[in-house]
Design a binder for this molecule. Structure first.
Ligand SMILES: [Zn+2]
Length: 102
């Protein structure tokens, strides 16, 4: 699988950085799968995630970036719910986001 290197979100180029280990900035004992560093326009993702987990984590971190850029003041629970539900919407309806409209 080719690795995604950057994404454009809200007019900003967000660099995607892959790490073997990722830790919470406040509590270094907590290992993370992904982390959005909006101030520095970066998303960190743990290396080697299975494809479906990668998509899920990437979507979650993108929602953090969107929430921050648009000052949506969303908490972790809201981001989680939105991320999980958007993934379910896409998967359960077999929506192919790459298919062009008619
Ligand atoms: Zn989060």
């Amino acid at each position: 699988m080719r690795k995604l290197r950057s994404l454009n979100i809200g007019g900003h180029k967000i660099k995607i950085i892959y790490k073997d280990k990722l830790f919470d900035e406040k509590n270094k004992k907590i290992e993370l799968l992904g982390l959005a560093d909006v101030d520095n326009l970066r998303i960190y993702i743990q290396n080697g995630l299975p494809e479906s987990r990668f998509v899920e984590v990437m979507l979650h971190e993108c929602l953090h970036v969107i929430a921050s850029i648009y000052d949506l003041n969303m908490n972790e629970r809201q981001i989680n719910t939105l991320g999980v539900e958007v993934m379910k919407l896409i998967r359960s309806n077999k929506i192919d986001l790459l298919t062009k409209g008619e």
